[in-house]
Design a protein around this ligand. Structure first.
Ligand code: ZN
Length: 185
């Protein structure tokens, strides 16, 4: 709340999630909490999604810079929780849709695209930002340009995904010729 008031940051839909968390925290402090466990869990999960949005997109920061409050490993642990993971992905998808952002993707035919995954987190939420830069909306990693994404694909996340996805579309793609440039390597 303070960030919003001091820095005039628009927290979009996430504002409500943080207000809910603050309300619940106050009630807990005054021993007045009277919610079902499910409601409390949903409040916490929504608030974490909001915190990730705040750090990565509103502040354009990394959790590494807030280690004394919350470490990146704790965020990784959080993502191992199925509900938190699904909630975060849904929130990002909604943000992409409502802000009319376009994902970095490979177009193999008119209106047919394969989203390219982030080489760091493997999620397909790479968004092209200003000056050809690319940002992962899931893990917050920023890349200078598209080329950097491929250069950082040391674990073959992109190449494996593309091979798999293109393999699924073999019949549609059979007319595509092999790229002579790739064969040259
Ligand atoms: Zn990522």
């Amino acid at each position: 709340m303070r960030v919003r008031n001091i820095c005039d940051i628009d927290l979009l839909k996430y504002h409500g999630a943080l207000v809910n968390l603050a309300d619940t925290r106050n009630k807990i402090q005054h021993y007045e909490v009277n919610e079902e466990a499910e409601v409390l869990i949903a409040t916490i999960i929504s608030a974490f999604s909001a915190i990730e949005h705040l750090v990565y997109h509103a502040l354009n920061e990394r959790f590494e810079n807030f280690e004394s409050i919350i470490a990146p490993e704790q965020i990784t642990t959080l993502h191992e929780d199925k509900e938190a993971y699904i909630k975060r992905k849904k929130d990002i998808s909604d943000d992409i849709c409502s802000q009319n952002l376009s994902k970095v993707s490979f177009s193999y035919s008119a209106n047919k695209n394969i989203s390219i995954p982030c080489p760091k987190c493997a999620e397909t939420f790479l968004i092209q930002t200003q000056n050809d830069a690319v940002k992962c909306y899931y893990c917050g990693t920023q890349y200078q340009n598209l080329q950097e994404i491929y250069l950082k694909d040391k674990n073959c996340i992109i190449s494996d995904t593309m091979e798999r996805e293109l393999g699924k579309r073999k019949t549609i793609l059979k007319e595509l010729l092999e790229c002579p440039e790739i064969n040259a390597f």
